[in-house]
Design a protein around this ligand. Structure first.
Ligand SMILES: [Zn+2]
Length: 316
């Protein structure tokens, strides 16, 4: 790809923005956008503008999927100008974006990616807990179709993980917050541009496919009688902004994918009760609470050890 050739990607106003329309710009223009001074993050993280390295179908494309209404019926009309932000409307990925959430210092990142053309910028929580947090954007030599991406997704994830990146950053259609910083941290914000050859994604074809351990059903929808739906503490819930373990839900999270029915667009929410029990509210499945353990394994274990010790001391 010539660096002046337009590359498709998509800009979003906020996390909840479900309207997608591809923007076409040359890499030098994208590079300038990503290395411009960080925007002021005055509002909550979910209200900051984002980009996706994916191009979406044009609104005139007859294969556009409009999605369903709240009752699950296909929508007749969505928008005259935009398509719905769902996987079915993705066309191709033009950049590979990798997130580093504290695992590697910035100078190490610059070194790791120095063999490729790339931009890096510090993210909102940079230097929190004393750690460097940054995003690396690598333009691709040729764009990658949805089919190619899906075929190589596990290879890309393994490669990203080997380089210390957050594996979820290779999720299809993911959005990333554009450079933003809270004013009190402005002096810490950094971005850089490194010149080099564009990454050729075909290199992933030569890498071995990692052995994928089959996922244990993250959320078991049935109890032993095959009826009750329960969230399990160790279950993992998919959200528009990544994955979260059920037990780690501590506040309301919107744009959650219901694990109990085929939910193509994450639009449900989870929250916690006053007593701290996570629950999911789905328009179709109703309200589903997290299963409460009948006993706490660790506490029970300690109690048993103490009881045995007592027995021994008592000479029984
Ligand atoms: Zn549901």
């Amino acid at each position: 790809m010539h660096s002046t050739q337009p590359m498709g990607f998509t800009l979003f106003h906020a996390m909840a923005d479900i309207q997608a329309k591809t923007t076409y710009r040359s890499w030098p223009e994208i590079e300038a956008m990503l290395t411009a001074p960080h925007a002021s993050a005055l509002s909550h993280k979910s209200n900051l503008p984002l980009f996706s390295p994916w191009a979406y179908k044009d609104v005139a494309d007859p294969t556009v999927v409009k999605g369903n209404d709240a009752d699950g019926k296909p929508l007749k009309f969505f928008s005259r100008t935009h398509v719905r932000r769902i996987k079915e409307n993705l066309v191709e990925m033009t950049m590979l974006v990798l997130d580093y959430d504290g695992g590697s210092p910035l100078d190490q990142l610059i070194k790791i990616f120095s063999k490729w053309e790339h931009v890096g910028y510090t993210t909102l929580n940079h230097r929190e807990e004393g750690k460097d947090k940054a995003r690396i954007v690598l333009p691709l030599a040729t764009s990658m179709s949805v089919a190619d991406f899906e075929q190589l997704a596990e290879v890309i994830k393994a490669w990203a993980t080997d380089l210390g990146a957050d594996p979820s950053t290779a999720d299809i259609g993911r959005m990333f917050i554009l450079p933003a910083v809270r004013e009190e941290h402005r002096h810490l914000a950094q971005s850089w541009h490194h010149k080099g050859p564009f990454l050729d994604w075909r290199m992933f074809r030569d890498m071995p496919t990692p052995v994928v351990v089959p996922k244990i059903a993250a959320v078991n929808p049935f109890n032993r009688q095959g009826r009750l739906r329960k969230l399990l503490p160790g279950g993992v819930i998919e959200t528009a902004n990544g994955h979260i373990a059920v037990r780690d839900i501590t506040r309301k999270i919107s744009n959650v994918r219901c694990p109990f029915h085929t939910d193509p667009e994450p639009s449900e929410f989870v929250n916690i009760t006053a007593r701290g029990t996570p629950f999911l509210v789905c328009k179709r499945c109703g309200t589903v609470y997290m299963e409460r353990a009948k006993s706490d394994g660790i506490v029970d274990g300690i109690a048993q050890i103490l009881a045995k010790k007592k027995q021994r001391e008592g000479g029984v």
